[in-house]
Design a protein around this ligand. Structure first.
Ligand SMILES: NC(=O)c1ccc[n+]([C@@H]2O[C@H](COP(=O)([O-])OP(=O)(O)OC[C@H]3O[C@@H](n4cnc5c(N)ncnc54)[C@H](O)[C@@H]3O)[C@@H](O)[C@H]2O)c1
Length: 253
């Protein structure tokens, strides 16, 4: 354990098996939180045990299931809820099927309705809570090519975040969104591979992803986790209802 910034807090993380969710679960545990790291992929999730953190508990939680979310929230009784689960669809509006749209809204947005509805009553009873919702720079912040469904869902996350923040602003509850640019994660590497197949060159695909980031690199999951720790901690006590952009300057150009 490297710090105590989250000592005494109980943090529930969805999609903690890999990528930003995993890095955030580890970072919050490093700062003294009791972390409940959850995912549908128990194989991925179980690798968190390698970090040998006594303050991380893992269990299966499907963010698309009301029952699974209710059971998970009852078990974790979180003061901090990090809604990280989400999926990136590729394509324009002309490629979007009803099924793709429904799936993305269920996983990227409705999952947050489920978890927040389940976790808020306990937070209100205790008079304290920090809810952190995963959005993206690709949202209402900016458009990105071939991200029609994705950007639409992530814009909805910002609206949801502002609404929850405002309704409970005088009850000790804060609700913020995180808007990353491109972040190295297993699913991002899959997207690089897929584009590489289209272009006939993985190197070219990688170069295209990096080129849209003005810093000339993508983020590490740990860089995003540092923002999650800040928003989870009392250091961010005066911050609520905002999309926190962490995109290497992508949307700032
Ligand atoms: N990687 C990026 O460039 C980037 C940028 C901005 C925002 N995001 C967002 O960050 C979040 C995490 O992305 P990532 O790339 O770090 O991780 P990832 O996409 O590599 O991993 C996603 C995880 O979600 C889990 N998952 C899938 N369905 C689930 C469900 N129904 N319930 C619970 N867990 C489920 C998977 O098992 C997997 O472990 C997503 O919401 C994504 O949209 C990612």
């Amino acid at each position: 354990m490297s710090g105590q910034r989250l000592k005494g807090k109980r943090a529930l993380v969805t999609a903690a098996g890999q990528g930003i969710g995993r890095a955030s679960a580890l970072a919050m545990a490093d700062e003294g939180a009791q972390v409940f790291a959850t995912d549908i992929d128990m194989d991925a999730l179980s690798t968190i045990r390698e970090a040998n953190h006594e303050n991380i508990e893992i269990f299966e939680l499907d963010a698309r299931s009301d029952d699974s979310v209710a059971a998970g929230v009852e078990r974790a009784r979180p003061d901090v809820l990090f809604n990280c689960a989400g999926f990136v669809h590729h394509g324009t509006i002309l490629d979007a099927t009803d099924g793709d749209w429904d799936f993305a809204f269920d996983l990227n947005v409705r999952s947050m309705l489920r978890t927040i509805k389940a976790a808020l009553p306990g937070m209100l009873d205790r008079g304290v809570g920090s809810i952190i919702n995963m959005s993206s720079a690709c949202s209402s912040v900016m458009g990105a090519p071939n991200r029609f469904i994705y950007g639409t869902t992530k814009a909805a996350v910002i609206g949801l975040t502002k609404s929850v923040a405002l309704d409970f602003i005088d009850k000790g509850i804060r609700c913020n969104a995180i808007c990353p640019g491109t972040v190295e994660s297993p699913s991002w590497l899959d997207r690089v591979d897929a584009l590489g197949k289209q272009l006939g060159s993985r190197e070219e695909a990688l170069a295209q992803f990096v080129a849209r980031q003005p810093m000339g690199r993508v983020a590490s999951a740990e860089e995003i986790a540092a923002l999650v720790v800040y928003l989870a901690s009392d250091e961010s006590a005066f911050t609520t209802g905002h999309p926190h952009i962490i995109d290497g300057g992508w949307s700032g150009q």
